[in-house]
Design a protein around this ligand. Structure first.
Ligand SMILES: [Mn+2]
Length: 391
């Protein structure tokens, strides 16, 4: 018999996680407690734990408080967004949906269930509260009767956050926002280029749908911009009975890079990661991650506009995302198509929360966050003439 207890296998992920936790500081937590006591008043005399204030201020208790994403500070003055490493931006837009609506409530649904999370992840050994500064700038003012006006608002808002130096993380919204978000990025790229890594069951590459630029269309228009070449568009998880043939023709003509779920599982997750990175990074300076929650099997994400069985398993999707984010220069993330009115027990919104938190943690692990300096691909001067405007 060895002296080591059976459960302490030193080579296990669990053991590494136990050791890593000991290395993390508690400074952010202590600041939160002392500010809570100051702003929220000391607790009633019967409360033995004297770190608890009278008014909930900060993480605890999880069911209380004002519902920003992960209870991050709400930045009312968006001119100050550049003071943070990461900015959460809600995009409550669902006028681009072609079946089930409701994604206008996506940002609030994601924020609501994000209150369940702590800022710490066991296996990754990351504590976001200790390692980065995160804020929530609230929502873009979208125009529900007009996709194009909403797109103009979204591009302007994304461009503002991106050029401030804060990493934009968007809570959709339907997938039509993919075009205006990338347009906002492109306005501050000068002659630099962005690759797009797109998780989805659907190609989203047709020119119009129902006579407008709907959520089936973002990549047709995004890849018309010279800053976002189609050869750097990687589409992971595509398949099933909801892929419009006109979009398939565009993928063929523009030679976008598609892997089906079977491709991914047969080649293996690590090979799929390499495939995505090789193509998204070929000649580009940064990568935009567009995560449609419906890339995951419909059984796990009922609260979405076009649920499609046969998608990725959650742990496959999170593995792919995690490895990609660790190895790519990520300029931002959008998580789209969460529709709380169709959700069950917040499970779809929780998956979106997981995607966002995992992305931030992987960016910490790869040294991309906190940002030591502003990435060189961000140009301060805006170029409003990046193309793909609507006639
Ligand atoms: Mn989709």
């Amino acid at each position: 018999m060895s002296d080591t207890p059976l459960f302490r296998n030193p080579d296990s992920e669990a053991n590494r996680a136990l050791e890593r936790e000991a290395q993390l500081p508690m400074t952010g937590w202590q600041q939160e407690v002392s500010q809570g006591l100051e702003y929220g008043l000391e607790a009633a005399a019967s409360i033995r734990d004297r770190t608890i204030p009278t008014f909930s201020r900060g993480e605890l208790p999880h069911y209380a408080g004002i519902n920003t994403f992960l209870k991050a500070p709400y930045v009312e003055d968006v001119r100050k967004v550049g003071e943070y490493d990461v900015a959460i931006v809600g995009v409550p837009h669902d006028s681009g949906t072609t079946y089930r609506p409701g994604t206008r409530f996506g940002p609030q649904g994601i924020r609501k269930i994000s209150a369940l999370y702590t800022p710490y992840n066991f296996e990754l050994g990351v504590d976001l509260r200790e390692q980065i500064t995160l804020c929530d700038v609230g929502d873009i003012f979208t125009i529900p009767a007009n996709n194009e006006k909403s797109f103009d608002q979204i591009s302007k808002g994304v461009a503002h956050v991106f050029s401030s130096g804060a990493l934009p993380i968007l809570l959709g919204g339907d997938h039509s926002i993919g075009f205006p978000t990338v347009r906002g990025i492109c306005r501050h790229l000068g002659d630099k280029k962005v690759g797009i890594i797109h998780f989805d069951r659907h190609v989203d590459t047709q020119e119009t749908d129902l006579d407008e630029r709907m959520h089936t269309c973002p990549w047709f228009h995004a890849t018309n911009m010279s800053n976002a070449p189609a050869k750097n568009l990687v589409q992971l998880g595509i398949g099933g009975w909801q892929v419009p043939r006109q979009g398939v023709k565009v993928c063929r003509d523009r030679a976008t890079n598609i892997l089906t779920v079977t491709d991914i599982t047969e080649m293996g997750l690590d090979a799929a990661v390499d495939y995505a990175l090789e193509r998204a990074l070929d000649g580009t300076d940064c990568v935009w991650i567009s995560f449609d929650i419906d890339c995951i099997d419909a059984g796990f994400v009922p609260g979405t506009g076009w649920p499609e069985p046969g998608g990725l398993l959650p742990r496959e999707a999170l593995y792919l995302l995690g490895k990609i984010v660790e190895k790519a220069p990520v300029c931002g993330l959008e998580v789209v198509e969460v529709s709380p009115p169709y959700d069950v027990s917040d499970m779809t919104a929780l998956m979106a929360t997981r995607v966002i938190c995992d992305t931030m943690a992987r960016l910490v692990l790869s040294g991309q966050l906190p940002r030591a300096e502003r990435p060189a691909y961000i140009q301060t001067e805006a170029n409003m003439d990046v193309g793909s405007d609507w006639e």
